[in-house]
Design a protein around this ligand. Structure first.
Ligand SMILES: Nc1ncnc2c1ncn2[C@@H]1O[C@H](COP(=O)(O)OP(=O)(O)OP(=O)(O)O)[C@@H](O)[C@H]1O
Ligand SMILES: [Mg+2]
Length: 292
């Protein structure tokens, strides 16, 4: 099966290419990518890393995902207690050291960077500035030769930290991505269907445009719906076709509403119902129009 490709998002793809080039030239280069959910940040980073790995077989790499509960020691490790008892001071290295490169620098991919607490974020500063880590409350430091690529969604409603300026400062560039145009979104829907359930694509095709248009209309009134809403609706429609053999408009609307519910769960109840009914009216209109 051919791989999923990233349509559009040229600026992000270009900077990711520069990031890969910096690894090859052994240069320090750190990149921050910001954007709303479902703008292919993770997909584009994964594509870049996969292609770098095809070119060079040993690129040390680790992906970590931001969480308020992660302590620095969860990432960098801690004093080796066994050795400490024997009178020696050493570190039991944490997962981040898997990204340490001896020749070329490795890659730390910090997904959802702004979900780390400010306390934990500090460790990224030293890695980026000096390719090393100091262990809190000890005199110990360890080299960690790795470039950092971080992604985050600054529009999330809860559980995020404002990334302090001194950390932002360490990134060579901060790229902002947004939702692509309608043509591109139709390609995203089509690629998804072809990739995961080719056999049903021809029967799902007529729903691409209504689903994409409704999602775009909802965004316009301030509901942050990414491609995942229509992609997971398509998944459910493919499952319907596979298990029941048919779908009608009510089924499409039902699945769309439920896909949407999972995204707006944090908004107050009244607003949720309002958004859901607006979306179902819009989608019904879009579906109706296509019958003409
Ligand atoms: N420009 C695009 N080209 C191709 N596929 C896309 C594009 N944008 C979104 N997609 C589809 O949407 C899915 C979600 O994208 P991805 O997980 O990369 O988003 P993200 O930006 O990392 O979002 P989040 O902030 O929620 O982590 C992708 O797996 C892909 O199927
Ligand atoms: Mg992501």
């Amino acid at each position: 099966m051919t791989e999923l490709v990233v349509f559009g998002q040229d600026e992000m793809k270009h900077y990711l290419q520069l990031f890969a080039e910096a690894i090859k030239l052994r240069l320090r280069f750190h990149l921050l990518i910001e954007g709303p959910p479902g703008t292919a940040k993770t997909l584009a980073v994964n594509r870049m890393i996969a292609s770098l790995k095809r070119e060079m077989d040993n690129v040390p790499y680790i992906r970590v995902t931001g969480s308020q509960d992660a302590l620095p020691s969860d990432l960098i490790g801690d004093l080796d207690i066994g050795k400490y008892r024997a009178g020696e001071m050493d570190i039991l290295p944490g997962p981040l050291f898997r990204a340490h490169g001896d020749g070329i620098p490795g890659i730390v991919y910090a997904d959802e960077l702004n979900r780390f607490s400010e306390y934990t974020l500090i460790i990224f500063t030293e890695i980026m500035a000096e390719w090393q880590v100091s262990f809190p409350k000890t005199p110990l430091t360890k080299p960690l030769r790795a470039n950092v690529i971080a992604t985050m969604n600054p529009y999330d409603l809860s559980g995020i930290t404002e990334v302090p300026q001194h950390i932002l400062d360490r990134f060579n560039a901060r790229i902002v991505v947004n939702y692509p145009d309608k043509e591109t979104e139709l390609m995203i829907a089509s690629q998804h269907a072809n990739y995961y359930y080719k056999k049903f694509t021809s029967r799902l095709k007529s729903f691409f445009s209504p689903l994409v248009s409704t999602t775009r209309a909802m965004r316009k009134i301030g509901v942050p719906l990414g491609p995942r809403i229509y992609l997971s609706t398509l998944d459910m429609l493919a499952l319907e076709l596979s298990s029941n053999g048919f779908i009608d408009h009510d089924t499409v609307i039902q699945h769309y509403e439920n896909a949407m519910r999972s995204r707006i769960g944090n908004i107050e109840e009244d607003k949720q119902s309002e958004f859901l009914s607006t979306a179902s009216i819009a989608l019904r209109g879009e579906l109706g129009e296509r019958k003409k």
